[in-house]
Ligand binder design. Sequence first.
Ligand SMILES: *[C@@H]1O[C@H](CO)[C@@H](O)[C@H](O)[C@H]1NC(C)=O
Ligand SMILES: *[C@@H]1O[C@H](CO)[C@@H](O)[C@H](O)[C@H]1NC(C)=O
Length: 192
Amino acid sequence: MWHFRLWKVQDVAVFLCGTLYMCHIAGAISIHSPQRRLTRSVQEDVFFSVNVLCNGIPTIQWTFMSGEVSRSIGIWQPGVYTNLTVDYSSRVQTYNNGSMGLSDLQLQDAGYYVVTVTETTGSSKDTGFVLKVNELLYEDLQYLSVSALVLACLASLLILAVWLLDQAYRKIVAWGRRKQMPENDATELQPL
Ligand SMILES: *[C@@H]1O[C@H](CO)[C@@H](O)[C@H](O)[C@H]1NC(C)=O
Ligand SMILES: *[C@@H]1O[C@H](CO)[C@@H](O)[C@H](O)[C@H]1NC(C)=O
């Protein structure tokens, strides 16, 4: 009985130690990000600002997710190596604190950006960003001005056509009158 009780105490102690250790591991990484929802326009740049704190050198991995698409953007260890996916290599900028810059945004870039930080002990933590990409405003304006130009051209063509028709009509009428003139004279000359 006494023996059994002792074991229980030991179990509890082991369990507590384990929990504390796990908490210590999980708490070792902290990811601070001031803003997690971002809205940009096409062709603009975005900066996903995070500050990763942990013991030792973290491995930082960024992943893009949208619908069923899940694409690795890059993985790096500050000061050790940087490995960016080919599609992104020309547009992505990496920072030692884990932040990532993405330039020349396209509509397809809208979605979730997840940063996963892994420590040498194997523990990891992640945080996500939501990026909304709007179409350029001036594209709409361009479209509007082009439509206005097309409409103006059509209108002037119509006016020109009407003017030409009018001129042609006048000519025809005048020509018809000239042709009828002798007949009229003849009728006028006829004695009543
Ligand atoms: C991370 O580093 C970049 C560049 O040094 C800085 O602009 C940014 O504010 C940092 N992010 C945070 C959350 O501290
Ligand atoms: C990192 O580089 C290796 C080849 O050295 C490649 O197989 C792997 O896909 C790369 N990972 C990323 C996330 O770009």
